[in-house]
Design a protein around this ligand. Structure first.
Ligand code: SF4
Ligand code: SF4
Length: 140
C-alpha cells in the first residue's frame, strides 16, 4: 500500500467485474507515506492524527503510512468511477498486482488505530531506545 488509488470501480484498463464485487475497496480511502517516528514529539503527532475519525497509521515493508478512510467523491452508488476516462494519475497507476481484492494485504507489520495503541507502542520503542543508550554510555 502507499500512495493509492484505484480502478474501474476502480481503475484498470477495461470495466472489471472484480471491481464491482469487491465493494470498491481501493476508492474508500487513501494512504500517504510519513516519516518513521523517532521521539516523543513524533509519537505525539501520530497521536494527534489518530484522534481524528477514520485515521489509522500502518507500517508496510518497513515504511510508515497514514491512512484516511474517506470515500472518493467520484465513486457512484453502483461502485463505478464517474470520471473513469479522466481519473487521476494515481488511479491510473493502480494495477492488478497491487489490487487488494486480487492480492489481499497480508498482516500489517504494525497497525495503530487508537491513541492508546500509539502510546503503548511509543513506550515500548522509546523504552528500548533509552535502555540501549544507557548501556552504550556505561561501555564508554
Ligand atoms: S480493490 Fe481491486 S477489485 Fe476492488 S475496486 Fe480496487 S481495483 Fe477493483
Ligand atoms: S477517481 Fe475515485 S472513484 Fe475513480 S478510480 Fe479514482 S478513487 Fe476510484
Amino acid at each position: 500500500m502507499g500512495e493509492k488509488k484505484s480502478r474501474n470501480a476502480g481503475g484498470s484498463e477495461a470495466p472489471n467485474h472484480q471491481c464491482l464485487r469487491c465493494g470498491s475497496k481501493c476508492c474508500d480511502y487513501f494512504a500517504l507515506p510519513i516519516d518513521e517516528p523517532e521521539d516523543r514529539k513524533d509519537f505525539d503527532d501520530i497521536r494527534w492524527y489518530l484522534l481524528h475519525e477514520g485515521v489509522s497509521v500502518f507500517v508496510e515493508d518497513g515504511n510508515w503510512y497514514i491512512q484516511i478512510d474517506n470515500r472518493c467523491k467520484a465513486l457512484t452508488t453502483e461502485g463505478l468511477c464517474e470520471i473513469y476516462e479522466d481519473r487521476p494519475r494515481i488511479c491510473r497507476k493502480y494495477k492488478d498486482d497491487v489490487c487488494e481484492f486480487a492480492v489481499p494485504d497480508g498482516e500489517y507489520e504494525l497497525l495503530l488505530q487508537t491513541t492508546e495503541e500509539c502510546m503503548a507502542y511509543a513506550e515500548k520503542v522509546l523504552g528500548k531506545k533509552a535502555k540501549k543508550a544507557k548501556k552504550n554510555r556505561k561501555k564508554k
